[in-house]
Design a protein around this ligand. Structure first.
Ligand code: VGL
Ligand code: ZN
Length: 240
C-alpha cells in the first residue's frame, strides 16, 4: 500500500514532468546582446603547454572560448606584451627566483619566468583560437618598469590601456571574461571592469588559474565581493 506521502510525491513528479519545457534552454540561459562583449584574456603560447609560464590545463580553455565566442557580436582579445628584461621577470632581479615577490614603487610584484616578450612566438595568440570576428587586440605590460595584469589599468593603478574608453565608445554595458590566468589577468581585468562600471561575468570553465600562494581562492573571493558574476559556459546561449 502507498501511504499519503508517497502518493503526493508521485503526483508531484508527474505534474513537474508535464510542465518541464525540455525543448527550451534553461531559464537562466544568458543571451549576449550588442551591448555585451567577450574579453579573451592572454590565450598566448607562453601560457599554454610547452610555454615558459604554462598554466595547468590552459589548452582546455581554447575550444570552450571558440564555442562561446560565436554568441558574441563583440569580441576583444588581449596579449601580454612585455619588453625584454621586463620588471616582472625574476631574471632581472639578482638572487630572485620565479614566484617570489618583491616590492616595487607601485606595490607588491610577483616575479615570473621570462614570458610574452614582444614579437616572439611565445607572445603570439594560440593558433587554435578561431575567432575571426574579434574586433580589437589590446596589448598590455609593454612599459618596461610596470606590469599590467589588467586589460584596463596598468599595475601603477592609474595608467589606462584605453579599453574602458573603447568599450564605452561602442556602448558596451556588459563584459564576459575568459582566458588565462583566472587568478591574475582574468581577475584583475574583471575587478577593473567593475570599477569602470560594467556588469561583469567570469566564465569559469573558459579560464584556468596559476594558483600560487593561495592566489586562486583569493581571486574568486575578491571578485565575489566586487559583484563579479561567476558563470559557466553552459549558461550562455550559443545557437548551433
Ligand atoms: C599573467 C602572470 C604574468 C596572466 C601575465 O596572463 O595571467 N600572469 N603575466
Ligand atoms: Zn606578464
Amino acid at each position: 500500500m502507498l501511504d499519503r506521502r508517497q502518493i503526493l510525491a508521485a503526483l508531484g513528479t508527474t505534474a513537474l514532468a508535464t510542465l518541464a519545457p525540455t525543448a527550451l534552454p534553461a531559464a537562466t540561459s544568458i543571451k549576449p546582446d550588442d551591448a555585451s562583449a567577450l574579453l579573451v584574456i592572454d590565450v598566448q603560447n607562453c601560457f599554454l603547454p610547452g610555454g615558459s609560464l604554462a598554466v595547468k590545463e590552459g589548452e582546455q580553455v581554447v575550444p570552450v572560448i571558440n564555442r562561446i565566442a560565436k554568441a558574441f557580436s563583440n569580441v576583444v582579445m588581449t596579449q601580454d606584451w612585455h619588453t625584454p628584461g621586463h620588471v616582472s621577470f625574476a631574471s632581472v632581479h639578482s638572487g630572485k627566483k620565479p614566484f617570489e615577490t618583491i616590492d616595487l614603487p607601485y606595490g607588491k610584484q610577483v616575479l615570473w619566468p621570462d614570458h610574452c616578450v614582444q614579437g616572439t612566438d611565445g607572445a603570439a595568440l594560440s593558433k587554435d583560437l578561431s575567432i575571426p570576428h574579434a574586433e580589437l587586440i589590446i596589448r598590455k605590460g609593454f612599459h618596461k618598469d610596470v606590469d599590467s595584469y589588467s586589460a584596463f589599468l596598468e599595475a601603477d593603478g592609474k595608467t589606462s590601456t584605453g579599453l574602458a574608453g573603447y568599450l564605452k565608445g561602442r556602448k558596451i554595458k556588459r563584459v564576459f571574461v575568459a582566458g588565462l590566468a583566472t587568478d591574475f589577468c582574468v581577475a584583475w581585468t574583471a575587478l577593473d571592469a567593475r570599477k569602470a562600471g560594467f556588469e561583469v561575468h567570469v566564465v569559469e570553465d573558459a579560464c584556468r588559474g596559476i594558483d600560487t600562494q593561495g592566489s586562486l581562492a583569493k581571486a574568486w573571493a575578491d571578485m565575489a565581493k566586487a559583484g563579479v558574476k561567476r558563470i559557466q559556459s553552459s549558461d550562455i546561449a550559443v545557437s548551433a
